[in-house]
Design a protein around this ligand. Structure first.
Ligand code: SF4
Length: 708
């Protein structure tokens, strides 16, 4: 076989949330040598993007941790340790710090990269035994606004639509989403459908992204003003009586207040704020409202803003007033980030308790406490800090201990100089990661080597609620262990009475989760690992009841809500929420006259912890650069390829200049992947609802570097 492959092993891709099915080819020595898309997979139909194609190289990439490490002070050299001594140290330090400063003085931050059974087990350990309320995921940095917006509009998180909606829609709005680079296989699905159906594609983005290049209409909006455009579109829809009154009447509350608010956003007034001319606002509002089925997707351009949650609610408002939730091709679909960001939303207990249960709800607390066998009073009565607030609490001395799991905040959080200072001040830090050389591991006292992606057993949920199985392709290197094994060993230390049950096998944990899901929105009680593997993924909800009655759709529920009132609020109706616009960004001024916009490249994944070590990803995109408008470059005498200094109120960074018409004259675009670069500059004002940072709206100036 090709490259000496003697066996192919199945997994779902471990990078983005598209959820592609992948097979890794092993040679006669059992070494992973190649990857390919699974031909009959519902999501990717045999295709993979650049990241997926080289995913097998992860197993042997540089910097993999192969043994536990310990040291007394973070600036000393690492010493090899046994698993027992490393785990004992983490346990003892958590107990010591909690005894001295209180339960919440320890924070635990995880990720969207682990498998769902691992999230569930970590949640049980954290909520049920350790008891700190300061437990969150790095997912606050990418999709917290989508979660918050869905909850506010529909009463619960959970994306309503699916990729198949591209094949039924008559109009597609993409808000702050650059599919060809961020989610290439979803882009391919969208493009295929568009070629067949010819629906108009309207892209809202201040940059001429690859998706904007393919749009029928590109709305180059002023950064951070999407809510104004949404309000103006609703103004036009109501003024021209294009709303779906019957859907509004049956399925929503709040129409009068929404009408009153959007009345203030006539296209002339809105145009002055959002930078889109009034006629174009009218045209796109009509296109959207008159389409038989209209679909909206969005990514970080909406989420990573001080108006992130409001932006999501605005997209939902537009869908609800035009009857575009619950029908094929009519939806508001958050394209989420990490491969299992959805799994952490559903099961991690970061923001509450398993399967979208709330800490604020006494019935939910009692139900989970009873199921786990603990005292309900042990649970806090409201959620604790978000990740973005935890670092401020470390800075102020409120939090003294930190356990980081598969995340690298020094690279990913805004204003990194501030994060670095906070981490230096910790009394204790443990880092659990498949790489020992992350920037954040520099500040750790204990390093726990974990398996990566397909070195483990479990499931992941993709953007369209499709759960897929990942089975180990190869074991973790050296003494490294799957995260689930690490959590279970830690649980033994906190659970000496044995009162809480921690199953060892992922398939058994999945069945436990299934029991907890009966009757819930994300009901997975009809699934098990075997079935998921056989079906190559199933979308939730997929219930025991449906299976018993022979009514289960073979691949699960395509859409979450129907067209006749099934939302999660008590009366089954969605909420229409008025969104007054408050201009609260850092905006360019005389001293810092240029917008700094950050985002992703097709070759790289997040902080390049993985892709920075994979030759074929790294060689296409090895160094940080800015896109700069040629007119601005000429004005500043900057040549193509010249290194320049970007300066913000926080710090500075040196980058290469690449003149291009992709950005307007008052903006530069900087990919965020490169360590110690973009996040030296970003301010990271937070969305008030989701606490997600506004990575895309900071102000900078550009300085030439002398004597290059
Ligand atoms: Fe993996 Fe996403 Fe690429 Fe698919 S599109 S192969 S899930 S990185």
């Amino acid at each position: 076989a090709d490259k000496g492959v003697v066996e192919w092993k199945y997994a779902a891709c471990g990078y983005c949330s598209t959820g592609c099915s992948i097979e890794v080819g092993l040679n006669a020595e059992g070494k992973p040598v190649t990857s390919r898309g699974v031909a009959d997979a519902d999501v990717n139909r045999g295709k993979l993007c650049l990241k997926g194609i080289f995913e097998h190289e992860l197993f042997t990439s540089a910097g993999r941790g192969t043994e536990p490490l310990m040291r007394e002070q973070w600036h000393q050299d690492w010493q090899p340790a046994t698993w027992d001594s490393a785990l004992d140290k983490v346990h003892d330090e958590i107990v010591r710090i909690q005894a001295k400063y209180g339960r919440d003085s320890v924070a635990i931050i995880s990720t969207g990269q682990m498998l769902t059974e691992e999230f569930y087990t970590l949640g049980k350990l954290t909520r049920g035994l350790i008891g700190t309320n300061n437990y969150d995921g790095n997912t606050t940095l990418c999709m917290a606004s989508a979660v918050s917006g869905y909850k506010r509009s529909f009463g619960s998180d959970g994306p309503p639509g699916c990729y198949e909606d591209f094949e039924h829609t008559d109009c597609l709005f993409a808000w702050g989403s650059n599919l060809p680079e961020q989610h290439p296989i979803i882009y391919w699905r969208m493009k295929e459908a568009q070629e067949k159906r010819g629906f108009p594609l309207i892209v809202v983005d201040p940059r001429v992204t690859m998706l904007a290049q393919n749009a029928h209409i590109h709305l180059a909006i002023t950064p951070g003003t999407d809510v104004v455009l949404m309000n103006a579109m609703m103004h036009v829809i109501f003024a021209e009586k294009l709303e779906d009154s019957s859907y509004i009447e049956t399925n929503t509350n709040g129409i009068d207040m929404l009408r009153a608010e959007v009345a203030k956003y006539d296209p002339v007034t809105a145009s002055k704020i959002c930078g889109i001319d009034e006629d174009t606002i009218r045209v796109v509002a009509r296109l959207y409202a008159k389409a038989g089925a209209a679909m909206a997707i969005w990514t970080m351009g909406i989420n990573q803003s001080t108006h992130g949650s409001d932006g999501v609610v605005g997209i939902n408002n537009l869908a609800l007033i035009t009857g575009n939730i619950g029908k094929p091709g009519g939806t508001s679909l958050s394209i989420t980030g990490q491969c299992n960001a959805m799994g952490t939303r559903e099961w991690s207990s970061c923001s509450g308790l398993p399967n979208y249960r709330a800490l604020e709800n006494p019935d939910h607390r009692a139900e989970i406490a009873d199921f786990w066998g603990i005292d309900p009073e042990f649970f806090p009565k409201k959620r604790g800090m978000f990740q973005t607030d935890i670092y401020h609490a470390i800075e102020s001395g409120q939090i003294k201990g930190l356990w980081l799991i598969a995340t690298n905040p020094l690279s990913s959080l805004p204003n990194s100089a501030r994060v670095r200072k906070a981490m230096e001040s910790l009394e204790f830090c443990a880092v659990q990661d498949c790489y020992h050389d992350t920037e954040s591991a520099q500040y750790a006292h204990v390093y726990l080597p974990a398996g990566t992606w397909a070195e483990k057993d479990g499931v992941m949920t993709n953007t369209e609620r499709r759960i897929s199985v990942v089975k180990p392709v190869t074991p973790p290197p050296g003494q490294a262990q799957p995260d689930l094994w690490i959590f279970n060993r830690m649980a033994e230390r906190f659970n000496q009475s044995g009162k809480v049950n921690f199953p060892e096998k992922a398939a058994d944990i999945f069945l436990e989760m299934g029991k907890l899901s009966v009757g819930r929105l994300a009901d997975i009680s009809g699934m098990n690992h075997e079935l998921l593997e056989k079906q190559r993924g199933i979308q939730w909800p997929y219930t025991q009841e449906q299976v018993k009655n022979g009514e289960a759709p073979p691949k699960g529920g395509k859409r979450l809500y129907t067209v006749d009132g099934t939302f999660s609020y008590a009366d089954g109706k969605a909420k229409l929420i008025p969104l007054p616009f408050i201009d609260n960004n850092e905006v360019p001024d005389e001293k810092f006259p240029i917008w700094l916009n950050t985002g992703r490249l097709i070759e790289h994944w997040h902080g390049r912890t993985k892709t920075g070590k994979i030759g074929n990803n790294n060689k296409y995109s090895p160094i940080p650069f800015i896109e700069i408008n040629p007119d601005l470059a000429a004005e500043l005498n900057i040549e193509r390829g010249e290194y320049v200094r970007l300066v913000s109120r926080r710090s500075d960074a040196v980058v290469m200049a690449m003149p291009t018409q992709r950005v307007p004259k008052n903006m530069v675009f900087l990919p965020f992947h490169f360590h110690d670069c973009a996040n030296r500059l970003t301010l990271g004002l937070l969305d008030p609802h989701s606490r997600q940072p506004a990575y895309k709206q900071s102000a900078v100036r550009i300085e030439r570097i002398a004597n290059q």
